[in-house]
Ligand binder design. Structure first.
Ligand code: ARG
Length: 466
C-alpha cells in the first residue's frame, strides 16, 4: 500500500474484500485520455506557478505523452491493485519518469476535482458524438419524408389518436413529427454543453480549493472549458451535469422508442404500411417465414434501460451531504452505459428507417376508412354557417347512418344526406376526399402539402444549423 495514493497513515494494507469493492478501473479506465490531458494542463499550471523546474516539467510532459501513446496502442493497462484510473495512471507515470519527478504532479489537486473535471470532459465529447448520430437519423427521416412528398403524389395515411383512425395526414407529416423531438434533443445537448463548459472543477482541490497559486482558469481553457468552478465545494460534489446528461439520453431513448413502436405496428401484416429491409430485420430459429423488427424492439427496450440509468443516478445523488462522498463513484457506470447504448442504437435505427419501404397504396386505401372524414363534414357545415355544436351532431348522425347501412360517408346519396339535415346539400361531397381533407389543413403546422414542404425545409435547415 506504500505504492498507493494514500498509504502513509496506514499500518496495514487494504483487505482484498475492500479492494474488490473499491476498484473502479474496469469502468473508469476509459477516462485515461481525459486524465492525461488534465495532468498535462496541471503540470503546465505547476510550472507557471514556479513549482516545477523546466527540466521536470519537460520530463513530466514526456512521460504523459508516452502513456498516451501506449494507451492509444492498446498497451497500457491498470493493475488489479490499482484503485481507480487516477491512481493507476500515477503509478504508471512514476514507472515512466521515476518517483522523484512523477511525485511532484499530485501537488495542488485531488482525485475529487480531477474526476469531476474528467467526467465533464468525457461527456462533452460524447454529447457531440451523440448529437451527430441523432442528426443522421433526422436526415434520414427528412429523406423519407421528401421521397413521399412529390407534388401530385403526396402519400397519405390514417392519422390516429388513441390508435384509432382520426383524420388523414401526409406520411411526410407523420415522419417529420418524429424529426422535431430529435432536433430538440440535439438542442438540449447543446444547451447542456454551454452550461458545463463554464464549470471546470480543476483547482477545487479536495473540496476547499488549493493553496499553491495555480490558475484554474488557465487549466480550464487548456481542457476546452470556458471557465472554472465558482465554488470548490460545488465543483467537486455536484453531479447535476451527469443527471441532466442522463435525462437527455433517456429522452432520446424515449423518442426513438416512440418511432420504433410505429415501425413495429406498420410492419405487421394487419397494417402492412411498410416493409423492413432484409439487412435491417431478423428471422426466427423455428418459423421460416418470420421477419422480425428486432432493431425497433431493441430501441423500445433500451429506452427503459436509459430511463433506469437516470433514475438510478438520481437515487444515488439524493440526500448526499457536501462535499465529495464515495457514493459519487456510482455516478459513472449508468451514464457511461447510456452513452454506449445510444452510440450503438442510433446507427441501427437510422439504417432501419433509411431502408424502410412504405406501401403508399395500402396507406391511401385506409386513410379515409373509419369515417376519418367526419370532421371535414362538420367543418364544411361550419363554413356553411352551421354552429359547430350542431355540425358535430349532424356529422355524427351521418356516421351512425353509414354504420346502419354498412357504407362509408361518400356513399350516402342526396336523399339520405338531406334526411339527416337540410344543410347537407350535395356540395358536401367536395369535403369528402382525402386529398381535399389534407389540403384544407393549411394553417401553420398543418398537414397540407404546402405546409409540410415548408416544414421539411425547416427541418433540413435545423439539421444544417448544428
Ligand atoms: N474514483 C473516485 C470516483 O470516481 C474518485 C476518487 C475519489 N476518492 C476519494 N477517496 N476521495 O468518484
Amino acid at each position: 500500500h506504500r505504492g498507493s495514493l494514500w498509504g502513509g497513515r496506514f499500518a496495514s494494507g487494504p483487505s482484498p474484500e475492500l479492494q474488490a469493492l473499491s476498484r473502479s478501473t474496469h469502468f473508469d479506465w476509459q477516462l485515461t485520455p481525459y486524465d492525461l490531458a488534465g495532468s498535462r494542463a496541471h503540470a503546465n499550471a505547476l510550472h507557471r506557478a514556479g513549482l516545477l523546474t523546466d527540466a521536470d516539467h519537460t520530463e513530466l510532459l514526456r512521460g504523459l505523452r508516452v502513456l498516451g501513446e501506449r494507451y492509444a496502442a492498446g498497451d497500457l493497462h491498470p493493475d488489479p491493485s490499482d484503485e481507480d484510473v487516477h491512481g493507476a495512471l500515477e503509478r504508471l507515470l512514476l514507472e515512466e519518469v521515476g518517483p522523484e519527478v512523477g511525485g511532484r504532479l499530485r501537488a495542488g489537486r485531488s482525485r475529487n476535482d480531477q474526476v469531476a473535471t474528467l467526467f465533464r470532459a468525457y461527456l462533452r465529447d460524447h454529447a457531440r458524438t451523440i448529437s451527430g448520430l441523432v442528426l443522421d437519423l433526422v436526415d434520414v427521416l427528412a429523406g423519407q419524408a421528401g421521397d413521399h412528398l412529390e407534388t401530385g403524389h403526396e402519400s397519405v395515411m390514417p392519422g390516429r389518436t388513441h390508435l384509432q383512425h382520426a383524420q388523414p395526414v401526409l406520411l411526410a407529416h407523420q415522419l417529420l413529427a418524429h424529426a422535431w423531438p430529435l432536433l430538440r434533443d440535439v438542442e438540449r445537448l447543446r444547451d447542456w454543453d454551454a452550461r458545463v463548459a463554464g464549470d471546470s472543477p480543476y483547482g477545487s482541490g479536495a473540496l476547499a480549493g488549493q493553496t499553491l497559486g495555480l490558475d484554474p482558469e488557465a487549466v480550464a481553457a487548456e481542457l476546452g472549458f470556458t471557465g472554472s468552478s465558482a465554488n470548490s465545494i460545488d465543483g467537486t460534489s455536484a453531479r447535476d451535469f451527469a443527471a441532466e446528461f442522463a435525462f437527455v439520453t433517456a429522452q432520446v431513448g424515449v423518442d426513438l422508442s416512440r418511432l420504433a413502436e410505429e415501425v413495429i405496428l406498420w410492419t405487421t401484416r394487419e397494417f402492412a404500411f411498410a416493409t423492413l429491409h432484409d439487412s435491417w430485420s431478423t428471422g426466427s430459429s423455428i418459423m421460416p417465414q418470420k421477419k422480425n423488427p428486432d432493431i425497433a424492439e431493441l430501441a423500445r427496450g433500451k429506452a427503459g434501460r436509459l430511463v433506469g440509468n437516470l433514475t438510478g443516478l438520481m437515487a444515488t445523488l439524493k440526500g448526499l451531504p457536501l462535499a465529495y462522498n464515495r457514493d459519487l463513484q456510482e455516478d459513472k457506470e449508468p451514464v457511461f452505459d447510456s452513452v454506449t447504448t445510444l452510440e450503438v442504437l442510433l446507427p441501427a435505427v437510422t439504417g432501419m428507417v433509411a431502408t424502410l419501404t412504405f406501401h403508399a397504396d395500402r396507406m391511401a386505401e385506409l386513410a379515409p376508412q373509419g369515417f376519418s372524414l367526419a370532421t371535414d363534414v362538420a367543418e364544411w357545415l361550419v363554413r356553411e354557417g352551421v354552429p359547430f355544436r350542431d355540425a358535430h351532431e349532424i356529422a355524427g348522425a351521418c356516421v351512425r347512418r353509414c354504420e346502419e347501412l354498412g357504407c362509408d360517408l361518400p356513399d350516402l346519396d342526396d336523399d339520405q344526406l338531406a334526411s339527416i339535415s337540410t344543410s347537407l346539400t350535395p356540395e358536401v361531397r367536395t369535403a369528402l376526399t382525402v386529398e381535399g381533407s389534407v389540403a384544407s389543413r393549411s394553417g401553420r403546422g398543418g398537414t397540407a402539402p404546402a405546409r409540410v414542404r415548408e416544414q421539411l425545409d425547416a427541418v433540413r435547415a435545423g439539421t444544417a444549423a448544428h
